[in-house]
Design a protein around this ligand. Sequence first.
Ligand code: SF4
Length: 68
Amino acid sequence: MSKRLKVVIDKPACCGYGVCAEICPEVYKLDENGIVYVDDEIVPEGLEDRAREGADACPQAALAIVEA
Ligand code: SF4
């Protein structure tokens, strides 16, 4: 079984580019100001790679994926 992962957000660093939400909209949502949030910090099974891709693509390095 793969390890559970969670998203850690550095909200003040988010500039609302939306790249994360473009790559993995199932995990990364944007609020009315375009700032990222997640409904659940635990990454759903099967979305680990794309969640990581989305985090890696953030120009502000505002997202990290860590073991839950
Ligand atoms: S890619 Fe980074 S800066 Fe852009 S919305 Fe996502 S977390 Fe924020």
